[in-house]
Design a protein around this ligand. Sequence first.
Ligand SMILES: *Cc1c(COP(=O)(O)O)cnc(C)c1O
Length: 389
Amino acid sequence: MIKIEKSDRLKKLPPYLFVELDKAKRAAKEAGRDIIDLGIGDPDIPTPGFIVNALAKAARDPKNQRYPLDQGLPQFREAAAIWFKKRFGVSLDPETEIYPLIGSKEGIAHMPLAFINPGEHVLIPDPGYPPYKSGTYFAGGEPELMPLKAENHFLPNLKVINHAHIHKIRMMFVNYPNNPTSAVCDKHFFKEVVDFAAKHNIIVCHDASYSEIGFDGYKAPSIFEVDGAKDVAIEFHSLSKTFSMTGWRLGFAAGNKDIIAGLAKLKANVDSGCFFAIQWAGVAALKNYDRHIKSVLKIYQERRDILVDGLNALGWNVGKPKATFYVWAKVPPRYTSGTFSKALLEKCDIVATPGNGFGENGEGYIRFALTVDKKRIKEAVKRIKERLT
Ligand SMILES: *Cc1c(COP(=O)(O)O)cnc(C)c1O
């Protein structure tokens, strides 16, 4: 027998805080309890049929069955550039400024490996999407947390970043519309980020995976709508949430060509690209964006209203998020994130994610994902009313 030991890098990862909740959830399901799962940010809406059809057709063509490699399908990058121009008014060169990803998560997690040396610092929002931190650890970098606080509209305060070691900071992650807080930002904030990054020589990674999930007419900006952004930034786009394609694994990086080239060099040594047929499905998705998106937004917006209005009728004080399919709510008094999520599961058979699972500044919050239908959301509110208040 050999001694099997994980690498120091892997050991350094923060403990997975949802383990206990996951176990409890599985046990409850196995016991036959009727669980309403508002835990995972994974759309229940099926991928539109026209996208599935495009995949099926492309999958039959032997040309699409070989290694896609590197930049992949030119038509996908061109479709992404055309979509970007229409949606944000920003021109991107599909040869050098757009790069396909096997879902944006891998691009995000690989960024530090491509650009961070051991000991260098990476600014990370807290609470935040876990791969920002794990990717940093894998590269031997040091995460430096930027707290997202309600009093600052869940935007990081760049003025309080520790200037004693600002020269060590090489990269920063920002994410708007934000998971888990569902906060949005405006172009002034992006301008502040871009100026800060240019001044201190920092690569900006903007995670735009929820850019298309906006309500009441809200349309999130791209960081590239701001002057100077292309000098410092890369933006991660995903088809997962927009087109209900989480299982397909397709996204793209956009932005500064030298940053794209660095990520591309790393990826060329790690993976061999996204299946061509999936990229063709992505072409179909992006080309039909306008005709698809309204129906999806209508569904999430209705669910949002049912949950937020329902909770507020019980005396909660939850604002209506402008974007994302999450509701980020303060837990009732006398609870912590952990005790409240436990109470929801034990007393109401509801799964929701404790805010502290996304970082210490998420303590005191719970995240509800709007990924079940209206009827079930109504039922969830009813159970909270009858069993918890
Ligand atoms: C869902 C999500 C992603 C990426 O999803 P992919 O399916 O890998 O494209 C990225 N960032 C955040 C914050 C997300 O919630």
